[in-house]
Structure formats: C-alpha cells, structure tokens
Write a protein of this length. Structure first.
Length: 430
C-alpha cells in the first residue's frame, strides 16, 4: 500500500491538519516527524473544532495508529495538556494507538526561558519565534546534551544529564540574558511526575513503523510548518529550527526514504506568513484585510494575526523542487470568493531584471518586487461545490493557471473549513 508524506509549501498554516484528518481514512498509521508544539493544526469536523499542536491530526479517527517520531522535540507538559483537552472533547488518547518515540528530545523549562530571553535581547531584530523553546531544544540535540524521552525511564541517568544542563543553561540565563534561573529539584520532581503519565506511550517508533510496512499497511507522514520555514531551504534566519521538507519524513520517523511513495504539498490559494522575515506579495490594503478576515488568519498556536498576500508561484515552485512534490492540495479557495480581480506572482523584479526562481540568498527577497499576472475573480461561492464542474469558470481558470506556473497537478481542493468541504480529484493513496 502507498505511503504518503504531507508537507507545507509556503510559510506554514496551509491547512495541513484538515488534510491529514481527511486522508487518515485511507491510512493505517499517521506520524508527526518534526517540529514541536509551535505547530498548530485546526480541524473542523461536522462543525466541531479541534486544535492540535503535537498529537497527529489523525487522532480524531477511530482505530488509527498515531505516532510522534524521533524528529519531534517534545514538551511533556504541553503533550499532557493536549491529551487532557482532547478527553474534554470526547477523544480518548489510547496508549495502544498512540505512541511516542523514545528517541524524541524533550523541551525543558529552561529552553522556554532561553527562547523568550533571546528574542527580548534581539529587540527589533527578533525572528518572531513562538517562545515555546523549540530552537534551544534542537540546539541541545545538535550539541549532544539533549535529554531524550527514554532518559526519563532511567532516573539516575536523567538526574546526571539534568544537573549538567542546568549548570550550563543557568549560567547563560543569569550572566548573559539577565533572566530567571531554575532549581534542579523543581525540574526533576515535575519531570518525573510527568514521566509516570507518559511512560505507557513510549515506544521504539521506528521499529513499529517497520512492522506496519511489513504488514503491507499504509502510513501518512505529517509535517509541521512549511517549506519556507525550513532551516536549510527557507528564508533563513527567519525560519524554524527543524527540517520541514519531505526528506525529513524518513529521518524524523526512523525509516528509509524508499518507503515514501507520494509527496503531497499543501498550498493555500493565497499566501500568509506569521512573524518576521521577507514576504514579497504581502498586502497592506483592503484585499489583505479581506484575506485575513474571511480566512480567519490568526495563528492556531500564538493567536498572532498572519500577514496576507497574493499567491506566490516562485515560492511554490521552490517548494515543488526541494520536496519533489507528486501533487498538491489547494486550500482556502473559498476565501477568494467575491474578489473582482486576482493576482498571481509569477516572478520577482530586482534592479530591472526578472528573477523566476527563489534567490539563493533569502535576504535578496527584501529587495525584490513581485511581478504579477491578473485573472478575473468569481462571485459564486465555491463552498457548496462537490465536483470540479460545479466550480465557477473563473475559479477553474485560476486553478489551472496555478498548476501551469508551479508545474504540479492539484489533486485535492478544499472549499471550506469542514472535512466535508473537500473535493478529492485523485486520491494519493490510490
């Protein structure tokens, strides 16, 4: 059976959660392979809203194996809170069907404090992180001093690592950032308490996936954020601290890349971004206000308003290349309803020359102006469309033009927030 990796093709917030939930119907297992609780995936199912940050979006489907891979950095307090929140919504997180990689690195309280202190110190030059400790946790992982989930099962080893880490991070917090420090006993006791809650969920997830593949079952790999926030291929340094592209679906899950059969890129019908960094098509006018208001463009994690702009084909072409996209999902098409004219950025202009591909130096984006192509908008709402033929001719023309400009076929179209407001043209699992 096919295995499908889902990635964002823009700056995140493309609607991946809804699509993961939709496609989990056709998968046996779904796994988050990178990021942390800085991600926010919103699902609306029969009018009921679920906001997830760590647990895979397939959790609301019955009898689906949901996994958190080794590539994720895990805040145990945030995960426990999410499990409790789902229980309040009537979703039981069963330890037989939800597992966390023993190799996942933990976000500790000092990571959060470091994140906030660094942003404060940078002032106007801040990156715009969520302040959740993601970056510092990934740094500790790379520096080989990270604390893994498996360490919580060995109290003596955990205490030794915690003492070393606190000696280092408390020194930096106190002497460089003039920020609060942490007591060893407090973190130890709080973490051990949470370890008892999480112990039933800890598993060798790579081996578990190997067994799923051996049974001929299908896996859905769920990415967080988007390609332009990738630490290697995004608008560095205004990026996240993990690799968000499809290649990391294998590394962050503990399986080989040859098991990935279809790379599905999630693409919003316009462009949004949260936080600092270049965004050539950003609109600070009535259209930008329309996109933000109608699209409810507020971060699911931070609540911050998203910056909105026209569709940027240069960005999505870049994402198609670095991910090796097999097909795309076009989301939030309904947000464009009622706009008289639509624009698509087909290239950039700088110093009188056109640039059709993403500049190797992302700082060049700040000096680029978008080159637009204009198409007519449509008046008929698209939310009730069940088939491609039901869409207004102008909407069909817009979709076809996006396919031409990006070089990737659109296999699914989302015309509203609810699970049912989706047209599957070609199922990636078929």
């Amino acid at each position: 059976m096919p295995n499908v990796a889902i990635v964002g093709t823009q700056w995140g917030d493309e609607g991946k959660g809804k699509i993961v939930d939709l496609l989990t119907e056709f998968a046996d297992a779904v796994i988050r392979f990178q990021g942390g609780h800085n991600a926010g995936h919103t699902l609306v199912i029969h009018g009921k809203k679920y906001v997830l940050h760590l647990i895979p979006s397939g959790i609301v489907r019955a009898n689906k194996l949901c996994l958190i891979g080794n590539g994720v950095v895990l805040d145990p307090a945030a995960l426990i809170e999410e499990i409790q929140h789902l229980a309040e919504l009537g979703v039981t997180v069963n330890s037989n069907l939800f597992k966390i990689s023993a190799q996942a690195n933990l976000i500790m309280p000092y990571h959060r404090e470091l994140d906030v202190a660094r942003e404060k110190r940078k002032g106007k030059g801040k990156i715009g992180t969520t302040g959740r400790g993601i970056g510092p946790a990934y740094e500790d992982r790379a520096a080989r001093r990270g604390i893994r989930l498996s360490d919580l099962l060995n109290r003596q080893g955990f205490e030794a690592k915690l003492r070393d880490n606190l000696a280092y991070h408390n020194f930096m917090l106190e002497n460089f950032y003039d920020a609060s420090t942490f007591a060893f006993e407090t973190i130890r006791d709080d973490t051990m308490r949470m370890a008892n809650i999480l112990a039933p969920y800890i598993e060798d997830v790579g081996q578990l996936l190997h067994e799923v593949i051996g049974k001929g079952q299908s896996i859905l790999f769920e990415g967080a954020q988007g390609t332009m926030l990738d630490v290697e291929h995004g608008t560095y340094p205004y990026v996240t601290s993990s690799t968000t592209v499809a290649g990391n679906a294998a590394t962050g899950s503990g399986i080989g890349p040859t098991v990935l059969n279809h790379i599905l890129g999630i693409t919003k019908a316009y462009t949004t971004r949260v936080g600092s960094g270049p965004m050539p098509t950003e609109l600070n006018d009535a259209v930008g206000e329309h996109l933000g208001r109608v699209g409810h463009e507020f971060g699911a994690t931070t609540g911050r308003p998203r910056r909105c702009g026209w569709f940027d084909a240069v960005v999505v072409r870049h994402a198609a290349r670095v991910n090796g996209l097999s097909s795309m999902v076009l989301t939030k098409l309904d947000v464009l309803d009622g706009l008289e004219k639509l624009r698509i950025c087909v290239a950039y202009e700088r110093n009188g020359s056109q640039i059709k591909n993403m500049p190797a130096d992302p700082s060049v984006l700040d000096m680029c102006e978008p080159v637009y192509e204009e198409l007519p908008g449509w008046k008929t709402p698209v939310a009730q469309a069940k088939r491609m033929e039901d869409l207004p001719p102008e909407a069909l023309a817009y979709i076809r033009r996006l396919e031409e400009l990006t070089g990737v076929a659109i296999s699914i179209i989302s015309t509203g927030a609810d699970r049912d407001q989706t047209m599957i043209i070609k199922n990636p699992f078929s």
